[in-house]
Design a protein around this ligand. Structure first.
Ligand SMILES: C[S@@+](CC[C@H](N)C(=O)[O-])C[C@H]1O[C@@H](n2cnc3c(N)ncnc32)[C@H](O)[C@@H]1O
Length: 273
């Protein structure tokens, strides 16, 4: 146990170190975003050409670092990331290495970018899905409409298992890429992460589909091709056609009474009985 803990810390610092080393010369926020862009390209191979589906984007991104040996640090960081996530798989602190790095080194809590501690995510999932090995007849659709790094979805996946559909929406493009990489590395196939303002029906910037066959993280640039966009949009329309008006509660949380509704029932999955 002690050696596992040491191992975790060492690998964690190596992942962070690789990116921080590049950031001596470049902005860390850009370095992290570029790391995610290149990871997505690296995971998404076109078997016919043997190249990435996003080869041009990869080359364009790495070109920013062309005069520097630091360009090799990206591959190194990806290796450390995978190792550390693997080491921490199943641990009580979760293995959202990307989200922790983003919080500690980039967002510092700006723009509401505090992510929920893993054990709280886990508790929230258990409150909804009591049985650790929940088996539904139909796959569940689980949505975090402000998903950040996707940590809540990872906790859901660790608890209720594969075979369900995991969806995330975030307004921040770096968070969307981070969640997509997290879902991919956890084998959460058939999932999608959408970049949009979740409060506005129809909003769409880009989406990423996590797929096993073909293997990769595929960009969806046309909203009509996004399953999540259709479902999210339909959930607003369903409410409106049922005569419900959707109004956003502008009262600060601290001033709301206990029973004030604050949550749209987006996908409307009933919890299992
Ligand atoms: C407090 S974090 C929570 C992340 C994650 N749900 C968790 O529990 O760890 C809030 C996230 O919501 C995103 N966000 C804020 N307003 C949003 C909006 N209108 N639509 C979609 N995402 C939004 C932010 O970018 C941020 O990543």
């Amino acid at each position: 146990m002690a050696s596992k803990q040491n191992n975790t810390n060492t690998t964690k610092s190596l992942f962070a170190e690789s990116l921080l080393r590049i950031a001596h010369r470049f902005s860390l926020a850009h370095v992290f975003d570029d790391f995610l862009t290149m990871s997505i390209a690296a995971f998404t191979q076109n078997l016919q050409t043997g190249l990435s589906w996003y080869e041009d984007e990869y080359l364009e991104t790495i070109a920013r670092y062309k005069d520097s040996d630091l360009r090799f640090a990206f591959q190194e960081a990806l290796g450390h990331l995978v190792l550390e996530m693997n080491t921490r798989l199943g641990s009580s602190e979760g293995n959202d290495v990307l989200g922790e790095f983003f919080e500690q080194h980039i967002s510092n809590g700006r723009n509401g970018h505090y992510f929920t501690p893993y054990h709280i995510c886990k508790m929230m999932v258990l409150l909804n899905y009591e049985n650790e090995t929940y088996e539904a007849e139909e796959p569940l659709s689980i949505l975090d409409s402000s998903c950040g790094s996707g940590r809540m979805l990872l906790a859901a996946h660790h608890t209720i298992g594969p075979g369900h559909e995991y969806y995330g929406i975030d307004i921040d493009r770096t968070c969307v890429k981070m969640a997509a990489v997290n879902l991919f590395l956890h084998g959460m196939w058939n999932s999608e992460v959408l970049c949009a303002n979740a409060l506005f029906p129809g909003d769409f910037v880009i989406a990423y589909r996590i797929s096993f066959h073909p293997l990769g993280i595929f960009k969806i640039e046309n909203k009509e091709q996004s399953r999540l966009w259709h479902r999210h949009n339909a959930s607003f329309q369903k409410k409106q056609s049922a005569g419900e008006s959707i109004t956003l509660n502008t009262v600060p949380f601290s001033e709301r009474s206990k029973d004030d509704g604050t949550q749209l029932d987006l996908f409307g999955n009933p919890p299992p009985v």
